[in-house]
Design a protein around this ligand. Structure first.
Ligand code: HGY
Ligand code: MN
Ligand code: MN
Length: 425
């Protein structure tokens, strides 16, 4: 399989200073201790981040479109036909780092500005998008904006999603002024490529600069509610307890033990437990918790889900409580387009960067765009594999390397003809 690496960008590179100063500036929008950010989706903090990135899109003279779920796309309208699109997200988790999502969006802006400055004559437009609610920390599912963008979820259904704080997504979108008019599904790109920090330890521990991402693991989120019985902490004999907090703990331990038993890429997380009445001397009547279960292998993921469901039933009977669960997210594992993976690999090598293929442990917007066009991702290392933590860090040299691979890949994609024949080879 061959593709014509565009001579246009031979030896060219992005403006490192400009990229880093934008990353630093966006990191000042709703900072938290330790250098990260808290900009939960569709909050006023998210709006501030959106406004700043939109202003940079305007500065570049991009044509800006806001769609009905609040995704924002800036396009440099050169050439003709469907655009080559990059993008990611600028919403964060509550303890977000400055690079998760933000880096990919700002590198996309930087690639376009570099091409504009060079006056490159490209065959296709270049577009950069920030998608709504990628994190899913406030509104489930995660990657909601890109899912709606590709037609995987109806806008009307998405607008009625209720946040963990009780707000309705559509109302929040209106209140921050990002309820756009562009319909979803959106314009189908010629190709989509996302640049992101790895958020895990592999690249750093194995000494690689670039990850040519092969796909994204399957993701299963469920909300489990345990209805026990509140009672007095001092007077209730252990044999008479229906203690929702204890049962939540048993479930948490079961998930950890299941992941260790399965091994391989299996991961399980209980990230959120709310107790009621949540008081020192009262047995918890109710526990509401989330289970995040992932695996690259869908069969194993289904096996894990089955074992968890069986365990919940046995536990409910044992403790004479009610346990109910609601599926919040179920995304099958995704495999990216071999041609895009190969392109990332080749461009990395040609730019002198060590590169390895690897799956993504985290969900990303690219996994949704993969439903409608040839898509792939570029990873750069996370120091100590830390992410969703203000201490998230990636060395500047790696950030620049990744942005240059994105530059070359986007330009190469503008004149790459994805032929069916090639896809078969
Ligand atoms: O949950 C995830 O993997 C992503 O951070 N939204
Ligand atoms: Mn992310
Ligand atoms: Mn994230």
């Amino acid at each position: 399989m061959s593709f014509d690496l565009s001579p246009l960008t031979e030896g060219l590179s992005i403006n490192a200073e400009r990229l880093m100063s934008r990353i630093d500036e966006l990191a000042q929008v709703c900072p938290i201790d330790g250098g990260g950010n808290c900009r939960l989706a569709l909050t006023t903090q998210d709006k501030l981040g959106r406004d700043l990135v939109m202003s940079w899109m305007q500065d570049l003279g991009l044509s800006i479109k806001i769609d009905t779920i609040g995704n924002v796309t800036g396009t440099w309208d050169v050439g003709s036909g469907a655009p080559v699109m990059t993008g990611s997200h600028i919403d964060t988790v509550r303890t977000g780092g400055r690079f998760d999502g933000n880096y990919g969006v700002l590198a996309g802006l930087e690639v376009i500005e570099t091409c504009q400055t060079l006056g490159l004559k490209l065959e296709r437009p270049l577009a950069v998008t920030f998608f709504t609610n990628e994190e899913g920390a406030r509104f489930a599912p995660d990657m909601l904006g890109s899912l709606v963008y590709v037609g995987g979820m109806q806008t009307e259904v998405a607008l009625d999603v209720i946040a963990i704080d009780g707000a309705r997504l559509g109302d929040e979108l209106v209140s921050i002024g990002y309820n756009g008019s562009m319909p979803c599904p959106g314009v189908i790109p010629h190709a989509f490529i996302e640049l992101h920090i790895e958020q895990g330890p592999l690249l750093e521990s194995q000494g690689f600069v670039i990850g040519a991402v092969t796909g994204v693991q399957g993701i299963s989120w469920q909300e489990v509610v345990i209805d026990g019985q509140s009672n007095h902490a001092g007077t209730t004999p252990m044999s008479l307890r229906h203690d929702a907090a204890y049962i939540a703990a048993r479930i948490t331990v079961f998930l950890r033990e299941l992941a260790l038993r399965f091994g391989g890429n299996q991961v399980c997380t209980v990230g959120k437990i709310d107790l009621f009445p949540n008081l020192v001397n009262v047995l918890a009547a109710k526990a509401t918790m989330t289970l995040d279960v992932r695996n690259t292998d869908d069969e194993l993921l289904q096996q894990a889900e089955k074992e968890i469901s069986q365990f919940l039933q046995v536990l409910a009977a044992e403790e004479s409580v009610t346990v109910t669960s609601r599926q919040l997210v179920r995304f099958d594992p995704v495999v990216f387009d071999e041609r895009v993976i190969k392109m990332v690999e080749t461009i990395s090598q040609q730019n002198g960067h060590s590169v390895q293929r690897m799956p993504s442990g985290a969900g990303h917007d690219a996994q949704m765009l993969a439903r409608v066009c040839p898509s792939g991702m570029i990873f750069v290392p996370s120091v100590k594999g830390i992410s969703h933590n203000a201490a998230e860090f990636t060395h500047t040299s790696d950030l620049i390397a990744g942005a240059n691979v994105l530059l070359h890949a986007m330009v190469a994609l503008t004149n790459h003809k994805f032929t069916l024949l090639e896809a078969a080879s």
